[in-house]
Ligand binder design. Structure first.
Ligand code: SF4
Length: 338
């Protein structure tokens, strides 16, 4: 049985039409679920009783559950338990511009990036779209506030769970759903080229973030196995095509690892690669974990790297550090549980 929180409004309209009902019923259900935040079909009083019973027969409305929370001043990290007793994590961050949530898209991840805690635990399964929608609904309920932006950058490679992630995006972007503007939704990928191409054809104004992290094949092959399948050169060509097709700027994520990818030569290599592209680079101070040997670059090194990119006319920012005291590296909380 499908969970109602994983159903797009267009699919719900089709469902009603198939049972000889008017399609505006879908709008009514969406208003109950997302505007009034009522999840009990019996309370949807403008829908007649027999139709409510039919909905109960055809859809579940179960919730995933908050198992644990950890927080510091600007960050709250949630460990969610799923119905099959798997765990995922979601991080809420308070930025100057509002609240943003980093959503997980899979239980575990098969991409195997060497510096990533989530990648230590192989993928168990894709998340269903309702499990992504509920991460947001439950956090909004917990803090009694609305979320302004969503990044799909938690556990998992979002484009490796393409269809469910797209359904999730369409539900949260729906003006009658959670109503988060497409420009406030970011999908990240470590570089699955065919899926980036597919994404460029979607009629959605979402942001794309590429987890590049290393500017040469030699080291990227060692740290990010995906690079052995889709090399940096091919990735850059794909990014260029994506920008041309969508006319949207792409974010380049670059996690700063001490003595691994943080030299000034690396900064120049990166500037060479990105020259002339409508991108901006987000330098991310690494969140160290007990399990992995990587260390974060010093503040001074990050500053010099930043200055080098600036001098080379590359748009660049240094990401504010979030939650280093609360196991905020993606996968850290979950890895204590499994
Ligand atoms: S960094 Fe992202 S893609 Fe790489 S292993 Fe971790 S979750 Fe997967």
């Amino acid at each position: 049985m499908k969970n109602i929180y994983g159903i797009k409004r267009t699919d719900l309209e089709e469902y009603f039409l198939n049972i000889n009902e008017k399609k505006f019923k879908a709008l009514q259900v969406f208003e109950w679920l997302y505007e009034k935040r009522v999840n009990n079909f019996d309370e949807m009083t403008n829908i007649k009783k027999e139709l409510r019973d039919k909905l109960k027969e055809d859809f579940s409305n179960d919730w995933i559950t908050i198992k644990r929370k950890q927080e510091d001043k600007l960050t709250k990290k949630y460990l969610f338990e799923l119905h099959d007793n798997n765990y995922i994590e979601t991080v809420l961050m308070e930025h100057d511009y509002g609240l943003s949530v980093c959503v997980s898209s899979e239980v575990g991840c098969n991409m195997g990036c060497a510096f990533c805690e989530s990648g230590r635990l192989k993928k168990v399964r894709n998340l269903e779209s309702y499990e992504m929608v509920e991460q947001i609904l439950l956090i909004e309920k917990d803090i009694s506030k609305r979320i302004g932006s969503v990044v799909i950058m938690g556990i998992g490679e979002p484009l490796d769970n393409y269809d469910n992630v797209m359904d999730f995006v369409k539900i949260i972007n729906d003006a009658k759903g959670i109503a988060i503007g497409a420009r406030h939704i970011t999908i990240s990928t470590c570089g699955l080229i065919p899926k980036i191409k597919k994404l460029s054809e979607e009629p959605l104004q979402v942001n794309l973030a590429i987890s590049l992290h290393v500017p040469n094949n030699k080291v990227r092959n060692m740290l990010m196995p995906v690079n052995k399948v889709y090399s940096i050169e091919e990735l850059i060509i794909t990014i260029r095509e994506y920008i041309t097709r969508t006319n949207r700027r792409v974010t380049i994520e670059y996690v700063m690892l001490d003595s691994v990818n943080d030299s000034l030569d690396n900064a120049n290599e990166l500037a060479d690669l990105l020259h002339g592209l409508n991108v901006y680079v987000n330098l991310i101070p690494y969140n160290e974990t007990n399990h992995l040997e990587f260390k974060k670059s010093s503040k001074e090194t990050i500053r010099q790297f930043y200055d080098t990119l600036k001098k080379r006319k590359i748009n660049v920012t240094i990401r504010k550090e979030f939650g280093s005291k609360i196991d905020a590296a993606c996968g850290q909380l979950r890895s204590k549980e499994v």
